[in-house]
Design a protein around this ligand. Structure first.
Ligand code: GUN
Ligand code: ZN
Length: 428
């Protein structure tokens, strides 16, 4: 079906509800819908208006299901799929004990291919249509991800994870091979179909100054590429960075000195930032990515949504497999809980923004994905707002859409996903 109407409840953002009163940023339709033509949203409005304007078009009527843009996961490690939910460690020990041994398995391109296929099966079944992922140090792990994403027609982003120290033999590259391999992958994949390459130093503890500088040079040569890394996730990590880079003013400075701080930067976690780091990130216009299930699972800390979302673009992410779920519903619930611990009650509109348009804007793709609007790509998810008995009995009491959707945000999982469309084609 190349041209059809998709009807249900709809929710369309016109602005960022973290920066202005949420009610002024969103339009909802109890009986709404959209027209999808050639993979693009070509009309949006009340169901009856759409039906009357396009009487000959096929109609997919989802009833009371809520049609949203497909979820956008702004930070994940697809190679950690098989070790998600590993017990009992904090960041540095967790990397050494669980993460690096699993990432070593990606030296085998067949393992990488199987893992990428399994990963996209899982993310799509949870309603996530775009992921920005770290691969491993192996170029073939990037190939596997992009081949699989392309086969499925997905808009997807990823980069080779670069590390030349403090990682085991077999997971280390060098400044030169990091530059050369990243450049080759970037030239091969960036802008092919719906794919984007992301320059990816893992984090300062696993890169020498020389490697960071080499990737900074590559970033300068490709200003249209994103750069993703981690910053200030745990206090032990920050102390380690201070030891490794005594000349740096702070953690952010280790990136800035290497030319890795720019407006297309994506900084994962960003929990324990200093005042200077916050000011500098805001001044530059870099994006932050909040990974709430990871931050509680690995015991990292509480992201300052109230203080940061007014200053920087903020995306939301699972951080698979430091995060403990593939579900952006579960991730929104964790974001709500973490904000509560900091005295902020995130409204469902703000949570849904973060999981869709907020992440898309952080990835600089807000003009293509993340909102229901004419001209946007038709990557969509439909949510059943009564997917389990526990959710259904609560939603039955709801007096408006926000009360109806919040139980699904807090208690929902892949059972709530009633349909997923990628570029207008239904995939689940
Ligand atoms: N910091 C550096 N690497 C990682 C990773 O793989 N996961 C998380 N959560 N933090 C990191
Ligand atoms: Zn991460």
């Amino acid at each position: 079906m190349d041209d059809f109407l998709l009807l249900g409840q709809t929710l369309a953002f016109t602005d960022n509800p973290l920066r202005c009163p949420w009610a002024a940023c969103v339009r909802t339709e109890r009986h709404g819908g959209l027209r999808v033509t050639g993979g693009i949203i070509t009309a949006l409005g009340p169901a009856e208006v759409l039906r009357a304007a396009h009487p000959a078009l096929p109609v997919v009527d989802l009833g009371a299901a809520l049609i949203l843009p497909g979820f956008v996961d702004a930070h994940a490690h697809y190679p950690q799929t098989a070790m998600i939910a590993s017990w009992g460690k904090r960041l540095i020990d967790w990397l050494d004990t669980y993460t690096f041994p699993e990432e070593l398995r990606f030296a085998d391109p067949d393992y990488a291919a199987r893992s990428a296929a399994r990963y996209f099966d899982l993310t799509l079944s949870h309603g996530t249509t775009t992921v920005c992922s770290y691969a491993t140090v192996h170029p073939a792990s990037v190939e596997a991800y992009f081949v699989e994403a392309r086969r499925r027609g997905l808009r997807a982003l990823a980069g080779k994870t670069c590390m030349d120290r403090n990682a085991p033999e077999g997971l280390r590259d060098t400044p030169q091979t990091a530059y050369d391999d990243s450049k080759r992958l970037l030239e091969r994949w960036h802008g092919v179909d719906r794919l984007s390459y992301v320059i990816t130093p893992r984090f300062s503890p696993t890169s020498s100054r020389e490697q960071l500088a080499a990737l900074g040079a590559l970033y300068a040569e490709h200003p249209d590429c994103l750069m993703q890394t981690h910053i200030s996730e745990q206090t032990d990590e920050i102390a380690w960075v201070a030891e490794l880079f005594p000349e740096a003013r702070d953690y952010l400075d280790t990136y800035e000195a290497a030319g890795l701080l720019g407006p297309t930067g994506l900084f994962g976690h960003a929990i324990h930032l200093t005042a200077r780091e916050r000011d500098r990130l805001a001044e530059v216009g870099a994006a932050l990515v909040h990974c709430p299930t990871s931050n509680s699972f690995i015991g990292s800390g509480l992201f300052d949504m109230a203080g940061l979302a007014s200053r920087c673009p903020v995306g939301l992410a699972t951080d698979t497999g430091g995060g403990s779920s593939f579900s952006m519903l579960r991730t929104m619930a964790a974001a709500y809980e973490i904000a509560q611990l900091r005295g902020m009650a995130l409204h469902p509109a703000q949570l849904l923004w973060l999981a869709t348009a907020g992440s898309a804007e952080a990835l600089r793709l807000g003009h293509r994905i993340g909102r229901l609007a004419v001209g946007m790509e038709a990557d969509l998810v439909a949510l059943d707002l009564a997917s389990t008995p526990a959710i259904a009995q609560r939603a039955a009491e709801a007096e408006d859409l926000w009360e109806a959707v919040f139980p699904t945000i807090m208690m929902g999982d892949d059972r709530a996903v009633a349909g997923v469309w990628v570029a207008g084609a239904q995939v689940s």
